[in-house]
Design a protein around this ligand. Structure first.
Ligand SMILES: Nc1ncnc2c1ncn2[C@@H]1O[C@H](COP(=O)(O)OP(=O)(O)OP(=O)(O)O)[C@@H](O)[C@H]1O
Length: 407
């Protein structure tokens, strides 16, 4: 008798638990007033039944299709959109989908990807975003062949600087411009999308974390499962599991480095580390002769400081943004002076890129390709990971003294 009572009570408590779980699943706060909820039929029509020829990318969380959809309901205009279908086989797929929708619909910034809507039906979890015709920053830097129907010409230095400034603004907004600070946790070149004017839009919020209200906490600390992308992952966070906004600063430092080298540095550094070698960082040869020394010095200095070993030693994203804007100003004024000089001497403008084989002989204000690269290799990551800024500043200073010796 007692046993029967126990079984009955276990049955009811199990049923209650299951109902509670189901309620929790259906109950997530649908942000329908902030973005549109699409039906699966609408998504299916937009992607021509998930036609593989419309697939524009595959990521860790699912497949992305290009589609055409009526954004404002039946009467609305038809927009080209990117449709991300979260993988059903991912263990955390549903929770990451929800986290991204709930977060992204509350965020608005010109350098963040815009969420148009979502669909959750028949076990499918789908997010609809603005379509970015220029793909990702990593395509431009590492896989130009992926840039279809576009001139695969490398990004100019000023374009790169402007992209970095845009991404810095987006991260600064996440850290300090919203009521509850957000830590992105996955800042990397493949999550920087580029619109038709190469304006960057930071995407990929599936791993992001919201912290306490900005004004009440100077430093956001969250103890959560370590997540991110190897190579961009802040070593301090990886070791301690303690997340602060400075982890995004570290990842952004790796982005800056990749922008300068046009190489997947984050991966190569690890491979070199495994072999016990120092990473031979090289400035993208395409940039030779186009980066003003003062601008390069500033840019390297920001990069090294972002990638320092501990968060406390890294700058805030606000500081990074201002300093990058300053680097752009340095470049613009140096270019103006240079053009003026060339105009005076009747020389042709050097802003036109030279063929790759000429790079070795090419100089900017008398600093040669090999000198800049040598200095860069010497100062590089050993300093940033050992957090010895003096060494990196010395290296940069030696770049300056080289310049003076030659001019
Ligand atoms: N809004 C968009 N517009 C245009 N292309 C996009 C858009 N979103 C994603 N893509 C393409 O789909 C690919 C996969 O996107 P996804 O967001 O899954 O990123 P990912 O780089 O694989 O990162 P993760 O590690 O977060 O999975 C991107 O590399 C990009 O080429």
């Amino acid at each position: 008798m007692e046993r029967t009572a126990q079984s009955v009570s276990r049955f009811f408590s199990l049923r209650k638990k299951k109902r509670k779980e189901k309620k929790k699943q259906n109950d997530w706060a649908f942000p329908e007033e902030l973005c549109r909820r699409f039906t699966l039929a609408e998504i299916s029509a937009a992607t021509q039944c998930f036609d593989q020829t419309l697939c524009i990318g595959k990521g860790g969380f699912g497949t992305v299709f290009k589609g055409r959809i009526k954004v404002d309901g039946d009467e609305g205009r038809i927009d080209v959109v990117a449709i991300k279908c979260f993988s059903k086989y991912s263990r955390h797929g549903v929770s990451q989908f929800r986290a991204e929708v709930q977060l992204l619909c509350q965020l608005r910034h010109p350098n963040l990807i815009s969420l148009i809507g979502f669909c959750q039906e028949n076990g499918e979890c789908i997010i609809v975003y603005d379509y970015m015709p220029n793909g990702t920053l990593s395509d431009y830097l590492f896989h130009p062949a992926n840039i279809k129907n576009k001139d695969p010409f490398p990004l100019t230095w000023k374009q790169r600087l402007k992209i970095c400034i845009g991404v810095a603004r987006a991260i600064h907004y996440l850290h300090a411009g919203v009521k509850h600070a957000v830590i992105h946790r996955d800042v990397k070149c493949s999550l920087v999308l580029l619109d038709q004017n190469l304006v960057p839009k930071l995407s990929g919020f599936a791993l992001s974390k919201m912290g306490p209200p900005v004004l009440s906490n100077v430093l956001i600390k969250l103890n959560s499962r370590v997540s991110g992308t190897i190579g961009y992952l802040d070593p301090e966070y990886a070791l301690s599991g303690e997340l602060t906004e400075k982890s995004d600063v570290f990842s952004f430092g790796m982005v800056l480095l990749e922008v300068l080298c046009a190489k997947s540095v984050s991966r190569e550094i690890l491979e070199c580390g495994e072999r016990g070698e120092t990473f031979p960082a090289m400035i993208d040869p395409f940039l030779m002769g186009k980066v003003a020394p003062d601008c390069l010095k500033k840019f390297m200095n920001i990069t090294v400081r972002c990638a320092r070993g501990t968060g406390a030693e890294r700058p805030t994203m606000g500081e990074v943004q201002v300093e990058l804007e300053c680097a752009l100003e340095l470049q613009e004024s140096a270019d103006a002076v240079k053009q003026l000089k060339e105009f005076g001497t009747g020389a042709s403008t050097s802003l036109v890129p030279l063929p790759a084989h000429d790079m070795e002989d090419y100089t900017y204000e008398n600093i040669s390709f090999s000198e800049i690269n040598e200095t860069f290799c010497n100062m590089y990551l050993r300093e940033s990971f050992s957090t010895d800024e003096a060494a990196s500043v010395d290296s940069i200073a030696s770049l300056d003294s080289n310049r003076e010796a030659i001019t």
